[in-house]
Design a binder for this molecule. Structure first.
Ligand SMILES: [Mn+2]
Length: 298
């Protein structure tokens, strides 16, 4: 029997993705910090398998998007598991090249990680768009230049992205407590022009208000680090940061972006399956992936 993809969609090579189709990419962690263990490379396979249990819901009413769930199923292509060599630079370039080709063909895409380091080569692939706004949801700033001798790891994401000429602006949502960022990192983010909505700042803000930070004529890409969510709703992350936006807030933000901006793609990263509690996060991740597929597949 032929293998099935997310929600039982078709699996095909990334080279065969046709015009206007939505491409799903499953990418294990590419760039590890030295001496840090791998905690989320198993995530894409677990999420795909879980999503297949929901394939019976195809045709159900989706209350998040007010539309029929997976109405245009044939438009969704699961491009299979991204294969890694033992050379992270080569793997990053390979991912970037693949995404660059999709973007050139105007395909929308969703990257399912893997840890947050996967977001760097993904956003590098947005180059053909020339004017991109990044929305990052994360408990952490991720503006560290170099950590444990590495510049392309999960804490370096927004700094690396800020250096890409096609990334013109960014909104960072959900920051709280203290991570590994220093005051210089925060100053640099501000100086660059990042619009920062800390957990405290956004607490009583609607998604519409937050979206005012996003230029109307930009292509919008969402980088969703799941540790940005309240760990009481999403415990399966390596670093649990108490507080933060819940699933409903994230859903609201995604729907607003999809409705009012040019939404071109997203990545969802940092699901650490072993840290889950009674499948709470697994279910939440499926809801978010389903939503992203729904809104990107229009
Ligand atoms: Mn994070």
């Amino acid at each position: 029997m032929k293998n099935k993809g997310y929600f039982n969609c078709k699996i095909d090579s990334i080279k065969n993705v046709k015009a206007k189709q939505l491409a799903l990419l499953s990418v294990p962690t590419i760039t590890h910090y030295k001496n840090k263990k791998d905690y989320c490379s198993s995530a894409p396979k677990i999420l795909r398998k879980e999503s297949q249990k929901f394939s019976k819901r195809v045709g159900s009413w989706d209350f998040d998007t007010n539309s029929v769930f997976l109405n245009k199923m044939s438009n969704i292509i699961d491009t299979g598991n991204f294969q890694l060599s033992n050379n992270s630079k080569k793997d990053r370039n390979n991912l970037t090249e693949n995404i660059n080709k999709l973007v050139q063909k105007k395909n929308k895409f969703l990257v399912i990680g893997g840890d947050d380091s996967v977001a760097i080569p993904s956003m590098a692939g947005l180059e053909p768009l020339s004017k991109v706004h990044i929305v990052q949801i994360d408990a952490h700033l991720d503006w560290i230049n170099k950590l444990y001798g590495e510049k392309f790891g999960r804490s370096n994401v927004m700094r690396r992205v800020s250096e890409m000429p096609w990334i013109k602006s960014m909104t960072q949502i959900g920051l709280r407590g203290m991570g590994t960022s220093k005051s210089k990192d925060f100053k640099d983010a501000n100086k660059w022009g990042s619009k920062i909505f800390t957990d405290q700042k956004m607490m009583n803000m609607s998604a519409k208000e937050i979206l005012k930070s996003i230029p109307k004529n930009a292509s919008v890409y969402l980088t969703l680090d799941l540790d940005g969510l309240n760990p009481k709703e999403f415990p399966a992350v390596e670093t649990r940061s108490p507080g933060g936006p819940g699933i409903s807030k994230i859903v609201e933000i995604i729907i607003e972006i999809a409705k009012n901006r040019k939404f071109v793609g997203a990545n969802i990263v940092e699901f650490a399956p072993k840290k889950d509690i009674k499948n709470l996060s697994l279910n939440a991740a499926i809801r978010l992936i389903a939503l992203l597929i729904q809104v990107l597949n229009r």
